[in-house]
Design a protein around this ligand. Structure first.
Ligand SMILES: [Fe+2]
Length: 250
């Protein structure tokens, strides 16, 4: 997958959004929210109101950053696309989430070779108001920075990120709900992820950190949390596993 260099001081140019951009946002937002009312976790549905996202307006990063800043101290860092792993971990450790500002075209609503703003912002940003989720997310960044020369550890952290932040599910009142951004922004995967087709496994950081994934197809397994507190409470275990991995490879 193509990666972009992290550049300083990139900005969102709100006045350059076209009528097509607004229509794309409105179409995707409306279509996805119909599905997500039933299928997203309650914290996502609550927090999308906290960040004031709506169909009629493409989010303005300045306003979003004010809300995130007050809620958890996180902010958005404008990027052109997927950045390299090292820069990604550095940003997370600084409570910055890399986000693109461009939107897909109307004729490619369901095919995207790389994540656009609908994925980065609609799907990722609301939960950046949730403290336990953010603490977990920052831990991945901190460990990534500390272990930048340990490729095995970086692989494990990548899996942790993949099976939670991107493709995590949660159980609420015995029903499967979505919190992973890769699912929240995917019309096709939303229903599939909670159907009986894929395998649903209990959240277990040790298992996750030893489970590989493929990033170019729909998932065949998802790990299911009970709450964001469970994510937060896994932090010490993650640190212990990372420490053990380094000891083994000394
Ligand atoms: Fe993502």
């Amino acid at each position: 997958m193509k990666t972009y260099a992290l550049k300083q001081n990139l900005k969102q140019h709100y006045n350059l959004y076209t009528p097509e951009d607004f229509l794309v946002w409105k179409t995707l937002f409306g279509r996805q929210m119909i599905l997500l009312q039933e299928l997203a976790c309650s914290e996502y549905l609550k927090s999308i109101k906290t960040v004031k996202f709506c169909a009629e307006r493409i989010p303005d990063f300045k306003e979003v950053n004010e809300i995130l800043g007050k809620a958890t101290g996180w902010s958005l860092e404008v990027v052109e696309g997927i950045i390299n792993e090292e820069d990604f971990f550095v940003l997370l450790s600084q409570k910055k989430f890399p986000a693109t500002t461009w939107l897909r075209k109307l004729n490619e609503l369901d095919y995207l070779p790389e994540p656009d703003m609908f994925h980065d912002v609609f799907a990722h940003v609301p939960l950046l108001t949730n403290q336990p989720f953010c603490d977990f997310f920052k831990t991945i960044g901190d460990l990534g920075v500390k272990n930048k020369h340990h490729s095995e550890v970086l692989t494990m952290l990548g899996r942790l990120y993949w099976f939670t932040v991107e493709f995590g599910l949660m159980k609420e009142k015995d029903k499967l709900k979505i919190y992973g951004a890769g699912i929240l922004s995917s019309y096709g995967e939303t229903k599939f992820s909670v159907s009986s087709e894929p395998t649903h496994l209990s959240f277990d950081v040790e298992e996750i950190m030893h489970t590989s994934f493929e990033n170019d197809k729909i998932q065949d397994k998802y790990f299911v949390l009970n709450s964001f507190d469970e994510l937060y409470n896994s932090i010490e275990r993650i640190k212990a596993i990372v420490k053990g991995e380094k000891t083994v490879n000394l």
